[in-house]
Design a protein around this ligand. Structure first.
Ligand code: FES
Ligand code: FES
Length: 146
């Protein structure tokens, strides 16, 4: 249907013209994550200051789903506070598993990936970047407590 083809265009656009692709020079966090089922990997570099994600970039190798998801994720969380970014990660996780999700907050382009929930093998592809984000933000929280 029309919505599917619109979503497909959004995904392909993020894949062909990735946003925030590269490595941040002044990052405060570097997170590596791989998808064990295929070996694809992603590296996030992030600059977090006073609880705000000032900047975030990604690089890696992966399929169109994983790379477009990383592009969408970085676009969405850049400039957001950590709490909001973690909330978005939780919403994405619900969405990608085909569950009810909170659509009251602006989800940017990530809704284009909701169809992936019908393809269990690809869910890990779509979640790779978000897992890296969560790992980085949680790690960082623990560092501050120590
Ligand atoms: Fe590699 Fe899906 S995990 S093709
Ligand atoms: Fe590896 Fe999708 S096939 S992340």
């Amino acid at each position: 249907n029309q919505l599917d083809s619109l979503y497909r265009q959004v995904i392909m656009d993020h894949f062909k013209n990735p946003r925030n692709k590269g490595v941040l020079k002044d990052s405060s966090l570097i997170i590596d994550m791989n998808n064990p089922t295929c070996g694809d990997r992603i590296r996030l570099t992030m600059k977090e200051e006073d609880g705000i994600i000032k900047d975030v970039m990604f690089e890696g190798e992966g399929c169109s789903i994983s790379m477009s998801s990383a592009s969408m994720m970085t676009s969405l969380v850049k400039g957001k506070d950590v709490e909001t970014a973690l909330k978005l990660a939780a919403i994405f996780s619900e969405m990608i598993q085909g569950r009810e999700y909170d659509a009251s907050i602006d989800l940017g382009d990530i809704e284009a990936l909701q169809g992936v929930s019908k393809f269990p093998a690809r869910i890990k592809c779509a979640t790779l970047a978000w897992k890296a984000l969560e790992k980085g933000l949680q790690q960082n929280g623990n560092d501050e407590e120590n």
